[in-house]
Design a protein around this ligand. Structure first.
Ligand SMILES: Cc1cc2nc3c(=O)[nH]c(=O)nc-3n(C[C@H](O)[C@H](O)[C@H](O)COP(=O)(O)OP(=O)(O)OC[C@H]3O[C@@H](n4cnc5c(N)ncnc54)[C@H](O)[C@@H]3O)c2cc1C
Ligand SMILES: Cc1cc2nc3c(=O)[nH]c(=O)nc-3n(C[C@H](O)[C@H](O)[C@H](O)COP(=O)(O)O)c2cc1C
Ligand code: SF4
Length: 663
């Protein structure tokens, strides 16, 4: 047994034994086909996580009717035709000794893909657009309850070891629980007992249909994190009622559609580690069945401690197992320091939000297990020099070495990580530094020679079959005067903050520019938020003093009409709030004309006015251009990451992996 004795110990949900306490929560991976059936890619994705040692995997939100969808590729259990393809998925999970559950759901009012009929709900209330909601009649209620029970029966028939009712995140069941949605005056509204009736009847009928031994799990939001929404106190009562109706385990999450930011927690949400654990604890103390605690847990140490402290019986590791499917195996073989860190960047969520299949910024294989199943050891061993130890170079070196090539890595910097080293300096970005450390450990453990502080010379390439060009991009100084004194790049500014003066002008309001502005902004204040005021997602915030030494007067200049539009929505919302609180001046639709000593001349593109911005330091945070290496004739030259196309970590790791897989 490993040092994580509690996490590694078996547990029983009804008659289902789980081999340990690490679960993989429902995560909509958008890998179903257009009809809602699982694909081979989806099977491979779950199989990999089962192989990694988790005891219970729950297939993400799967709808009980074809009309209720939030994604084009939303899985369905709305017809017996889904039994065979799901039984295939179950076999893949069972193959590696894990148990399989499926999260059954109806989005009710909050289905974002509109069908031919209005979305049904308890009442005519919705965070999106109430015009398209139809209050359910008693007949509608009976019909949907029957669909739910039918889906449970089909899931059992497909071989699922359990089902999970999705009663979290403001979907149909909580639309009945919550007075925020439920304005009914009949048997399904009013008192808490009445508001629980819809779900209770489904649970009771399901229990009858599947027998006493089949595990029924309920995923529930402890707190809806919205003014006027359901609070933890009331949820505890809901859980008591649901336990009596036949629920065998509660999987405690939080939030609803308008407050989904708190359900999936971007890295810059203050206090994400264990954010929802107080809810799990309160429910655990009130019921007699096991409780799963979810949200922001990233290490086995933390999970072990939470179980020891009575917060939960099992720990849900979501993104931690997207980025590293071998999480449980590594934890239980005392190799926890080998677990690949999650950045909590929500690129995975951003992808599914765009209706693309789930992928991960750091782990290029996540979601692409099927696509990369043919990546095998190389037929011919080659000598490869990787230049640049950023995410692209490190991913390439690791992949090449795994495939049997002889690899060496150099970087002119004294540290591993490339741009993500600087990116990890602002607050909430510490996981970037964890990733730098992880890369370094992999290089050492795999025996990949690497030299830091060593710049590339073209003559070096003569000794290699291949040069992987992972040197990143540099800031194009095409603005007149941008090579002058007092002008620094974002990386220089972050790594040498002592050189940054009082008045700062940041040129470029993308992700980097905004984070640099936040870092140097007038940070006398910081904030925490645990709740929204309304469906418009207006945050309730608590402002606190930040004793940080940074306290500059910062202006961002951006040509586009908005700041970092490419960034994932929830983390962007938080970043914008911090910029506002920091008093960072935002000049949008504004073009830099030239940088003069002490003055940046900008043009307001709407009004056409010329404005002079005094500065002590100008920070360049946009306009990257790739730098090419010169390589000897006869040596293969492969460009990856920002060196081929200045972009993001996701692009760097994906392009590096793809290239390394072909050598
Ligand atoms: C402040 C900041 C914040 C960012 N935040 C995010 C974010 O939140 N999310 C995101 O997705 N992306 C972010 N990015 C962008 C992201 O860091 C890059 O897209 C990514 O690091 C590119 O990886 P890469 O390996 O291609 O290049 P880099 O990470 O730039 O690495 C290139 C490496 O090559 C080395 N090198 C260059 N020339 C030579 C040479 N001649 N000899 C030897 N070595 C050389 C450099 O020293 C460097 O270590 C951020 C960037 C910055 C600057
Ligand atoms: C891409 C993505 C999709 C998700 N889809 C679902 C879902 O279908 N059903 C659900 O109950 N929760 C869903 N969640 C929430 C996760 O199950 C989990 O509770 C959340 O990510 C917080 O835990 P973590 O920090 O361990 O990832 C999703 C989260 C992400 C990032
Ligand atoms: S995309 Fe980002 S948040 Fe999602 S699993 Fe990967 S590193 Fe974590």
């Amino acid at each position: 047994m490993s040092q994580y004795k509690l996490l590694e110990s078996p547990i029983r949900i009804n008659k289902m034994w789980l081999k340990n306490r690490i679960v993989f929560p429902p995560i909509n991976e958008c890998q179903s086909n257009e009809n809602g059936a699982p694909t081979e890619a989806m099977c491979a994705y779950y199989a990999e996580r089962a192989k990694g040692g988790a005891s219970l995997l729950t297939v993400g939100s799967t709808t009980i009717t074809p009309e209720s969808r939030n994604h084009g590729a939303q899985g369905q259990m709305s017809d017996p035709k889904y039994v065979p393809p799901y039984s295939h998925l179950v076999d893949w999970i069972h193959r590696y000794g894990a148990k399989a559950s499926i999260e059954l759901n109806h989005f009710g009012a909050e289905a974002s893909i509109r069908g031919s009929k209005p979305n049904p709900s308890s009442s005519n209330v919705c965070a999106r657009d109430a015009r398209y909601i139809q209050e359910m009649s008693l007949e509608d209620i009976k019909e949907m309850q029957a669909q739910y029970v039918q889906a449970v029966v089909w899931a059992k028939k497909a071989g699922f070891d359990a089902v999970t009712f999705h009663a979290a995140h403001g979907n149909i069941m909580p639309q009945f629980f919550s007075t925020l949605y439920n304005k009914r005056t009949d048997w399904y509204g009013g008192s808490l007992a009445n508001r629980c009736r819809f779900a209770r009847e489904i649970v009771e009928a399901s229990r009858k249909a599947v027998g006493p031994n089949y595990p029924l799990i309920m995923r529930i939001s402890g707190d809806e994190y919205i003014t006027g929404g359901r609070t933890l106190e009331e949820t505890v009562e809901v859980c008591r009622i649901m336990e009596k109706a036949g629920i065998d385990c509660f999987d405690v999450s939080g939030g609803l559609q308008a407050t989904y930011m708190y359900s999936i927690m971007p890295g810059n949400l203050p206090g994400i580690d264990g954010f929802m654990m107080p809810s799990a604890k309160a429910i655990k103390e009130a019921v007699h069945v096991p409780v799963i605690g979810a949200g922001g847990i990233r290490t086995p140490e933390r999970g072990e401690q939470l179980i020891a402290d009575g917060y939960a019986d099992m720990i849900s590791y979501g993104r931690a197992q997207i980025v590293d499917p071998m999480f449980a195996k590594k934890a239980f073989s005392d190799n926890a320091e080998d677990i690949r860190p999650c950045l909590s960047c929500l690129y995975c969520f951003q992808r599914t939000g765009m209706d693309q299949f789930l992928a991960c910024a750091v782990n290029p294989e996540a979601g692409r297990e099927f696509m990369f199943r043919d990546v095998k050891p190389a037929e011919k061993k080659k000598k490869v020099l990787v230049v640049g130890a950023g995410p692209a170079g490190c991913t390439a070196a690791i992949t090449l070495k795994k495939r049997g090539h002889e690899v060496e890595l150099i970087d002119k910097n004294e540290y591993i990580g490339g741009s993500i080293y600087a990116a990890g300096i602002p607050q909430h970005k510490e996981p970037m530094h964890k990733l730098c450390g992880w890369y370094e450990k992999q290089l050492k453990d795999m025996g990949i020679p690497y030299a830091l502080g060593k710049a590339y010379e073209p003559a070096m390439s003569e000794n290699y079959d291949v040069v992987m060009d992972a040197v990143g991009a540099s800031y194009a100084r095409f603005i007149k005067g941008s090579s002058g004194e007092g002008v620094m790049t974002a990386i220089e500014a972050l790594t040498h903050p002592e050189k940054v003066g009082e008045k700062v002008v940041v040129i470029g309001g993308g992700n980097t520019g905004c984070e640099v502005a936040e870092y140097f902004g007038a940070r006398e204040i910081n904030f925490t938020t645990h709740r929204m005021k309304n469906f418009e997602m207006e945050m309730e915030i608590e402002v606190e003093k930040d004793e940080s030494e940074h306290n500059r007067e910062v202006t961002i200049v951006e040509m586009m009409p908005s700041l970092c539009a490419e960034r994932e929505g929830f983390s962007r919302r938080l970043l914008m709030k911090q910029l506002e609180l920091n008093g960072v001046r935002q000049m949008l639709s504004t073009k830099v004309r030239q940088v003069l000593p002490g003055i940046v001349e900008v043009i307001d593109m709407k009004a056409g006015d010329l404005v002079e911005l005094p500065y002590d330091t100008v920070i360049l945070a946009g306009g990257m251009k790739p730098e090419g290496l010169e390589v000897a004739k006869g040596t293969e030259h492969v460009k990856i990451g920002d060196a081929s196309f200045p972009s993001t970590i996701a692009n760097a790791t994906f392009s590096a992996y793809c290239a390394a897989a072909e050598i």
